[in-house]
Ligand binder design. Structure first.
Ligand code: URA
Length: 226
């Protein structure tokens, strides 16, 4: 440890994250698997693992019940989320809240909401593969800490990322997939549904499948990740 790190740690300000390539210490996202909630939040807040840190206003970690049965995963923050630091607070978020309500759920009550990417891609472009790869350890750790009983992925990026393969939403929805043994249901992204009202009925079917899947899980069964 260098003198600066020792000094900062003695001041209670450590650990100080540095990129392995430059200074011989692992980048924060590489250490995510070992972090508790506090460490993980700090690592995300200070992350500079991809170029998005240069243009974001704030990182968007995730929100909700850290012991939730339900985890909803979106893509990346938009302008509203970048300003507020909370996922799904814009128009798409209002629709997501209504989607939750339609199956008896409420943001923050047995529900956790996170994104694959924690910093806003400029101009709301799709996150690049390298940005997704850099951020994914954070989401994986969130899932390990939450231990949800069921995951709902919202849109193509979240679905492909957690399922580890390229596919259309149309081909993925209507089935129960798994992520690390956790049932995973795919549905449309709320922002897409705002533009494509005709697919709202399909999203309702997906949410009904999610609710039925949750109800069919053995009660009190421990969740999943071994
Ligand atoms: N779209 C997302 O995927 N996530 C957000 O937080 C907001 C919009």
């Amino acid at each position: 440890m260098g003198r600066r790190e020792i000094f900062l740690e003695e001041m209670g300000l450590g650990p100080v994250w540095r990129y392995r390539g430059k200074l011989g210490v692992a980048a924060p996202q590489e250490q995510a698997a070992e972090l508790d909630w506090t460490g993980l939040k700090a690592a995300v807040a200070g992350c500079m693992a991809c170029e998005l840190h240069k243009t974001r206003n704030r990182t968007v970690f995730g929100v909700g019940d850290e012991n939730a049965d339900w985890l909803f995963v979106g893509e990346a923050p938009g302008a509203d989320e970048d300003a507020m630091g909370e996922p799904f607070v814009g128009q798409a978020g209002k629709l997501l809240d209504n989607m939750l309500k339609s199956i008896g759920l409420k943001r923050g009550e047995n529900v956790y909401i996170a994104n694959v990417v924690k910093s806003r891609p400029p101009g709301n472009r799709n996150p690049l593969p390298g940005e997704i790869a850099a951020c994914l350890p954070y989401l994986k750790r969130q899932i390990e800490l939450i231990r949800p009983r069921l995951i709902v992925t919202l849109g193509k990026i979240a679905s492909e990322t957690l399922l580890g393969r390229e596919a259309t939403i149309a081909s993925l929805r209507g089935k129960v997939h798994t992520y690390q043994g956790i049932p995973l249901i795919v549905t449309y992204h709320p922002a897409y549904l705002l533009r494509t009202l005709n697919d709202k009925a399909k999203a309702w079917e997906d949410l009904s499948l999610a609710r039925e899947t949750m109800q069919a899980l053995p009660s009190g069964a421990p969740s999943h990740i071994s």
